[in-house]
Design a protein around this ligand. Structure first.
Ligand SMILES: Cc1cc2nc3c(=O)[nH]c(=O)nc-3n(C[C@H](O)[C@H](O)[C@H](O)COP(=O)(O)OP(=O)(O)OC[C@H]3O[C@@H](n4cnc5c(N)ncnc54)[C@H](O)[C@@H]3O)c2cc1C
Length: 471
């Protein structure tokens, strides 16, 4: 039973192009609205669909040892247009998938334009979509045009739509040295839903603290692009190096204050300063450095944050940043079908949902397109299993993130795919009687996650196919 005869996709970027392709491949007619070239963004240069606004890299293509490589592979299995065009326009780049940006965008544009079920309309949707559009995918990206972002903000509420990222680095839990760090909440306060030992604490003595503050001040910073210069700093959310520049003691009275904490390894020694990390995902595999949003360059961040006792070998799931970005507070606003809870005809895809990166944005477009196609036929397609890269991503934005119940600063921040988003996996830690350690063990785990993901994705794709066949 067909209930909806076509879907409107707003935004012909990475996510919108992929969503339109998945819909058309599922035999659903699509109207793809792209505002360029009539209205430009600050970053796009051309009128092509799926323009890559900055680097030309889709990052690692190693599907066994790298989470974004695994996402590539899953998307290929799902017939992704973005991956097919990327593969067709591949450039030499070692283990990474780099693409010729012109050829890539041309192929995406031409294949969509040639599809009989796709109509490309060059118009800006300057407000909420008309009420007679019964199925809409909004994929307008980090630079959503102001009239639409204002309308979404009004529909969803004041703090539901962010206009910039102030991101603190996120660390893989298993790379933190627990012989140095310890669990404790300040003054052992359990707070709502806590235990009194909810934070990981890394202690510093005076010399370590002063060296650290100097390194923050001297570290190389990224500069705002011209159009980002108005990006607001909130006093409660200042970059860590800006606080360091305000005075040697500022951080000790801010995010690094040592009060209410006792070093569990050396209770007799009072730490001079403490860096706290807070659990960031429901699995407990990722930990956020509290108050450490930063504009330091990535290389400087890794080097400086590894000066923190306990984080000497830290592996970062993502580094910090401050830049313009429009994204929803998705864990609050979207259901597991990526639909807006207050207006379910509107489904979201791409970076606006709180993923980060070309491939991740396209991946959410792929899922949204398939879900909308199933809905057009009167069915509901369940999200991909959390054990797959596609499933881990959608789970992060619609449920896996820890909701702090509206207390404190908003904590949901955009995320790249990484192995910390996957549930634990069983693997043989001693193949052929030889116990694996360190990198070998970590690699064996990644291989097991990847093998499980590809196996379980096959089931989801088959279910998706069955829904297409069922009229
Ligand atoms: C300056 C900048 C640099 C970045 N660099 C990288 C990088 O190097 N590597 C990386 O992986 N990621 C990068 N990103 C992050 C991100 O992954 C990309 O922005 C990605 O393109 C997001 O995909 P998307 O489909 O969600 O949005 P986009 O690809 O931006 O597509 C959104 C589309 O919607 C259109 N649109 C907006 N509003 C409307 C409207 N009201 N009506 C109709 N059309 C509209 C836009 O013109 C655009 O074509 C960068 C982001 C920015 C802003």
């Amino acid at each position: 039973m067909a209930t909806i005869d076509h879907v409107h996709v707003i935004g012909g970027g990475l996510a919108g192009s992929e969503a339109a392709w998945q819909l058309a491949c599922a035999k659903v007619a699509v109207c793809l609205h792209e505002m360029r070239p009539n209205r430009k963004t600050e970053a796009h240069q051309t009128d092509a669909l799926a323009e890559l606004v900055c680097s030309n890299s889709f990052r690692s293509d190693d599907h066994q040892a790298n989470a974004v490589g695994l996402l590539h592979e899953e998307m290929r299995c799902a017939g992704s247009l973005i991956m097919a065009a990327g593969d067709n326009h591949k450039l030499p780049a070692g283990g990474a998938l780099a693409v010729d940006r012109v050829g890539f965008a041309e192929e995406v544009t031409n294949r969509l334009a040639a599809h009989p079920l796709v109509t490309i309309v060059r118009d800006e949707i300057a407000g909420l979509p008309p009420s007679d559009w019964s199925s809409v995918i909004i994929a307008t990206g980090p630079l959503t045009s102001p009239p639409l972002s204002t309308a979404i903000g009004q529909l969803t509420g004041e703090d539901a739509l962010a206009f910039f990222d102030a991101i603190a680095p996120i660390v893989h839990r298993d790379s933190i040295d627990m012989d140095i760090a310890w669990f404790q909440s300040r003054y052992d306060k359990p707070g709502p839903g806590g235990t009194g030992a909810d934070y990981l604490n890394c202690p510093m003595d005076r010399r370590q603290y002063e060296d650290f503050v100097r390194a923050l001040r001297d570290g190389e910073k990224t500069v705002f692009k011209d159009w980002e210069k108005d990006t607001p700093y909130f006093e409660g959310c200042l970059p860590i190096e800006v606080m360091a520049e305000r005075g040697l003691e500022t951080l000790r009275y801010g995010p690094m204050k040592p009060v209410g904490l006792t070093n569990a390894h050396k209770p007799e020694e009072k730490p001079y300063a403490v860096v706290q990390l807070r659990q960031d995902n429901a699995l407990g595999t990722l930990w956020n450095m509290v108050g450490f949003q930063t504009k330091l360059k990535y290389g400087a961040q890794s080097a400086i944050f590894r000066m923190i006792p306990g984080l000497e070998n830290a592996e970062f799931a993502r580094l910090g940043g401050v830049h313009r970005n429009t994204f929803l507070n998705s864990p609050r606003l979207l259901d597991c079908q990526l639909r807006l809870k207050v207006d379910p005809r509107l489904r979201f895809a791409g970076q606006i949902t709180g993923v980060e990166g070309y491939v991740e944005s396209a991946a959410i477009g792929l899922i949204a397109g398939r879900m909308a196609a199933a809905e057009c036929r009167g069915h509901e397609l369940a999200p991909p299993p959390e054990t797959t890269a596609l499933g881990a991503l959608i789970h992060h934005i619609t449920g896996g993130h820890i909701d702090r119940g509206g207390t404190g600063p908003r904590s949901f921040q955009p995320m790249n795919i990484n192995f910390g988003l996957f549930p634990d996996v069983a693997f043989d830690p001693a193949p052929e009687g030889r116990k694996l350690k360190g990198r070998e063990k970590s690699l064996a785990r990644k291989h097991a996650v990847s093998a499980r993901a590809l196996e379980e994705l096959a089931g989801w794709l088959a279910a998706s196919q069955d829904l297409q066949a069922a009229e």
